[in-house]
Design a protein around this ligand. Structure first.
Ligand SMILES: Nc1nc2c(ncn2[C@@H]2O[C@H](COP(=O)(O)OP(=O)(O)OP(=O)(O)O)[C@@H](O)[C@H]2O)c(=O)[nH]1
Length: 188
């Protein structure tokens, strides 16, 4: 299995001897959100962090932004530092610089937008170029709540994910469907 961000990961901080069992230092994990502009990366992060959905005007991320959240995986607290990247092409050189520090990547497309799905191959090529070799990747088909405008079938996502040997799920940053599950899966 791919190496995760959990307690067994490389670089995980072990509790020093004699420290109270109730408050071991948390291992840390850096997670990056990637995918075309507008697929919902910022909304996905806000839903995970605050349990809220930002509807209305779409404000594209400029460069890169991050938020921290502590999750509990198999009883162990893992501090996630989550980097929200700009999907727009003009910020690519900025975001490339952060790839190598990431231990996990959530790669999103929008199930209502075919080009965001078609671009996943190009994203995976970039990932292989700039990220760590053992980086944990998960493919997410976001906006699963908008079934009326769906153009990418769930099976298409599954097939692509299988081709690259990465796990896959459909999500909704609006309803919160599978948002926490995706972060917990990569934090393992
Ligand atoms: N219905 C629905 N709309 C969503 C969902 N996620 C995001 N949106 C909408 O999609 C638009 C783009 O969302 P963002 O989160 O800003 O997209 P982004 O991927 O961060 O875009 P960049 O910052 O340019 O890379 C916004 O209008 C959101 O309200 C979702 O799961 N369902």
């Amino acid at each position: 299995p791919a190496q995760g961000l959990g307690p067994r990961s490389q670089g995980a901080v072990q509790a020093p001897e004699g420290s109270p069992a109730s408050s071991p230092p948390s291992p840390r994990g850096q997670v990056m959100l990637l995918g075309d502009s507008g697929v919902g990366k910022t909304c996905f992060l806000i839903q995970f962090k605050d349990g809220a959905f930002l509807s209305g005007t779409f404000i594209a991320t400029v460069g890169i932004d991050f938020r921290n959240k502590v999750v509990t995986v198999d009883g162990v607290r893992v501090k996630l530092q989550i980097w929200d990247t700009a999907g727009q092409e003009r910020f690519r050189s900025v975001t490339h610089a952060y790839y190598r520090d990431a231990q996990a990547l959530l790669l999103l497309y929008d199930i209502t937008n075919k080009s965001s799905f078609d671009n996943i191959r190009a994203w995976l090529t970039e990932i292989h170029e700039y990220a760590q070799r053992d980086v944990v990747i998960m493919l997410l088909g976001n906006k699963a709540d908008v079934s009326s405008e769906r153009v990418i079938r769930s099976e298409d996502g599954e097939t692509l994910a299988r081709e690259y040997g990465v796990p896959f799920m459909e999500t909704s940053a609006k309803t919160g469907m599978n948002v926490e599950l995706a972060f917990l899966a990569i934090a393992k």
